[in-house]
Design a protein around this ligand. Structure first.
Ligand SMILES: Nc1ncnc2c1ncn2[C@@H]1O[C@H](COP(=O)(O)OP(=O)(O)OP(=O)(O)O)[C@@H](O)[C@H]1O
Ligand SMILES: [Mg+2]
Length: 242
């Protein structure tokens, strides 16, 4: 069943509209990947759903209720978790302290949240006393994801969780994303590593210039020659070559 359905989102900064009527939807247990060129409005679309940018028009239905324009804090309490593209951990705080910040809105959930976080990301358990700033890039992204899971959200929104990571860490993060979805959470993920992301996606959405440009099953988008040429940096079959 569809958990989130955003329809006709118009949003922007100052006077200018960046989104000109964007649609996004995700069901429980599903991974939806949003791709598109730099500046397409991918991050703005996630922020509009997460309550960080106020939609000027359009609707955001979540679990059957209209939530467009609600403040970010109320989104968190409703079970929408959002991990921003940058500055998504507190570097001077410890790993466990970062995780506990994720449960600040419901301190009673902290203990169970920590147990789940360390079960999903055993590397973090080994480093629980270390400063987040001392972690590798991949471990930092895992920490950011783990923190977003502390309040057992129903929808997890990730903005480029593999940016700047080695292929090995990308594979690891995408495997964790599938594991998270398998637990029944709906995942809406923006990615620049479009090919490997679409390969693990149930649905892929292409945004360009603030509008939906294409949508299909992840592997189908990957195999679409026009999408390959315009948005994936080459022919669809390039992956297996060499
Ligand atoms: N806080 C802001 N104030 C003003 N303009 C902004 C702000 N954030 C983003 N923009 C502009 O909005 C447009 C869309 O930005 P957005 O970050 O949503 O794109 P994106 O698709 O996530 O791009 P990228 O792939 O580079 O992350 C860009 O032209 C950007 O310069
Ligand atoms: Mg972005």
């Amino acid at each position: 069943m569809t958990l989130l359905a955003a329809r006709g989102l118009v949003a922007g900064y100052g006077e200018a509209d960046i989104l000109h009527g964007v649609d996004l939807s995700v069901a429980a247990g599903q991974v939806v990947v949003v791709i598109g060129p730099n500046g397409a409005g991918k991050s703005t679309a996630l922020k509009a759903v997460a309550g960080l940018v106020r939609p000027r028009q359009g609707s955001v239905r979540y679990d059957g209720q209209e939530i467009a324009g609600q403040p970010a804090e109320s989104m968190v309490l409703r079970g929408l978790a959002y991990v921003p593209q940058e500055r998504n951990v507190f570097p001077s705080l410890g790993v466990e302290e970062n995780l506990l910040m994720g449960a600040f809105a419901r301190p009673g959930a902290a203990r169970e949240g920590l147990a789940r976080a360390y079960a999903l990301f055993p590397d973090l358990a080994d480093k629980r006393r270390d400063a987040a700033g001392s972690l590798s890039g991949g471990q930092r992204q895992m920490l950011a994801v783990a923190r977003a899971l502390m309040l057992t959200p129903r929808l997890l929104m990730l903005d480029e969780p593999t940016a700047g990571l080695s292929p090995r860490f990308c594979t690891l993060i995408f495997a964790k994303v599938r594991e998270i979805a398998a637990s029944g959470i709906a995942v809406l993920m923006v990615e620049q590593n479009a090919r490997p992301a679409l390969a693990i996606a149930d649905r892929g959405v292409v945004l360009a210039m603030g509008r939906n440009r294409a949508e299909d099953a992840g592997p189908a988008l990957l195999a679409n020659p026009e999408i390959g040429r315009l948005f994936l940096g080459g022919a669809a079959a390039a992956e297996g070559e060499g």
